[in-house]
Write a protein that binds this ligand. Structure first.
Ligand code: GLC
Length: 442
């Protein structure tokens, strides 16, 4: 074949769309490697709801507008007492000023936390956009409130720190008159143009839809959108997606699964495979002023959540709810920085690590594996000896403690592998929680 013809054929095959607009084709796409390796991301719920920043304890504060409709409910009672019965939700928008918002400071905290990616609510169910969406006239952060492109500024700062940037996007909107009267027109003339605008402007590494449950993916035209996203859009070729694309989609179609508050730090997750567990540090995603320090989990518990999740093959998307003036509440910042301290020592057992299929059940030890090593992550100080069932029938064992120089004495017997743990004074401990013994079993 002559070279010209070859070049023409190569050009043709490049022009062929890689994915068809149907689930059969789209579901063949693997989750991108960067996402599988990242393990830890930061979720950010920020919007007009960050102004009242209130919900009954244990409820999602970002549902404020929805929940205040119930005139017998606690949210309405709070609203009436604090702002008055005539005060509309929309009246909060000018109070969302973000005057303390410094995206570079946020990004520096995320970097120090050890997270590898960030997911911001570009638009929650209230419909308010954190970027200057031309379709959403006057109900976006540039036209009203902060008068800034909150999303765009964060994209830049997060990428400057070398982290990946993604967007949460709510398909439905509680009170959008077009959505309520004609969902097909809403999708065609408003939602799809809006979502595409978001993608084309910021080229996100991750697209995280939500609010899909009232309609099947055919109504949202999700297959068509995804084929466009993968084949034609300006998003990176390794863009990651979740599974919330229509009411039949969760755990069936799209990318990674999205369990939400589905296991507490001491619980067990049943579902294998790639998933991303999302939770706030307390019980809400949006900032809830009604929560107090005791409603927030300690760093130790949050690390346990991360370790449990990763040991089961998942990622943790840990949420923060910034304030309306643009700050990360100190308690959240502190938790993130302490998680980062732990990850700086023990990240080897987390990033890029897989579930260890053979892992024995142990109450206080979780396992991951990578590059031929097994990591025994001890949720409590293991004491003088760490004894693990010898599930691989190893004949020999080598061990070390992450963050401590030199090998540890280790021995493999037919039934057990045991590692002698040195007695360390508190100031010599490599970290404050969850100590990791690295094992090479042969
Ligand atoms: C939900 C909620 C929401 C939250 C989210 C996070 O479906 O409606 O408030 O944003 O999921 O997973």
């Amino acid at each position: 074949m002559n070279t010209l013809l070859c070049a023409a054929l190569a050009g043709l095959s490049l022009a062929q769309p890689a994915y068809k607009a149907d689930w059969e084709s789209l579901d063949k796409r693997p989750n991108p490697q960067w996402f599988e390796d990242a393990k830890f991301g930061i979720f950010i719920h920020w919007g007009v709801y960050s102004v009242p920043a209130w919900g009954p304890k244990g409820k999602y504060a970002e549902w404020y507008w929805h929940d205040m409709q119930d005139r017998n409910g606690e949210t309405w009672k709070f609203h009436e007492a604090a702002y008055g019965a005539d005060f509309k939700y929309q009246d909060f928008a000018p109070m969302f000023k973000a005057e303390m918002y410094n995206p570079r400071d946020w990004a520096a905290v995320f970097k120090r936390s050890g997270a590898k990616y960030v997911v911001l609510t570009s638009k929650h169910h209230e419909g308010f956009c954190l970027w200057p969406d031309p379709n959403n006239w006057n109900w976006n952060a540039v036209d009203i409130g902060p008068h800034r492109d909150l999303a765009g500024e964060l994209v830049e700062a997060v990428r400057a720190e070398g982290l990946r940037m993604g967007f949460y996007y709510s398909l439905y909107e509680w009170f959008n008159p077009l959505y309520k009267s004609d969902v097909n027109r809403y999708v065609d003339q408003y939602m799809l143009p809006q979502l595409k605008d978001l993608v084309e402007r910021y080229k996100p590494d991750l697209v995280w839809p939500d609010g899909e449950w009232e309609h099947p993916s055919a109504t949202w035209r999700s297959e068509e959108f995804l084929a466009w996203l993968f084949n034609e859009s300006s998003a990176p070729k390794d863009v990651a997606i979740n599974d919330r694309w229509g009411k039949e989609c969760r755990e069936n179609h799209g990318g990674f699964g999205t369990p939400e508050y589905q296991h507490r730090s001491d619980g067990r997750l049943s579902k294998a495979g790639l998933f991303e567990e999302c939770q706030g540090m307390g019980m809400s995603f949006g900032y809830n002023r009604n929560e107090s320090a005791e409603n927030y989990r300690s760093t130790e518990k949050l690390l346990e959540l991360l370790i449990n999740t990763v040991s089961r093959g998942g990622n943790l998307l840990l949420d923060i709810g910034p304030t309306a003036d643009g700050r990360i509440p100190e308690i959240m910042e502190q938790r993130l920085l302490e998680m980062g301290e732990w990850l700086a020592v023990n990240g080897e057992a987390i990033y890029g690590a897989d579930r260890w299929e053979k892992a024995p059940e142990m109450e206080k030890v979780r396992f991951t594996q990578k590059d031929g090593a097994v990591y025994a992550i001890c949720l409590g100080w293991p004491g003088e000896k760490l004894v693990i069932p010898n599930v691989t029938r190893a004949k020999s064992a080598e061990a070390s403690l992450l963050g401590l120089d030199g090998p540890l004495a280790a021995a493999a017997a037919p039934d057990t592998v045991s590692v002698t743990i040195p007695a360390l004074t508190p100031d010599k401990l490599p970290c404050r929680h969850a100590w990791v013994v690295k094992l090479t079993l042969k």
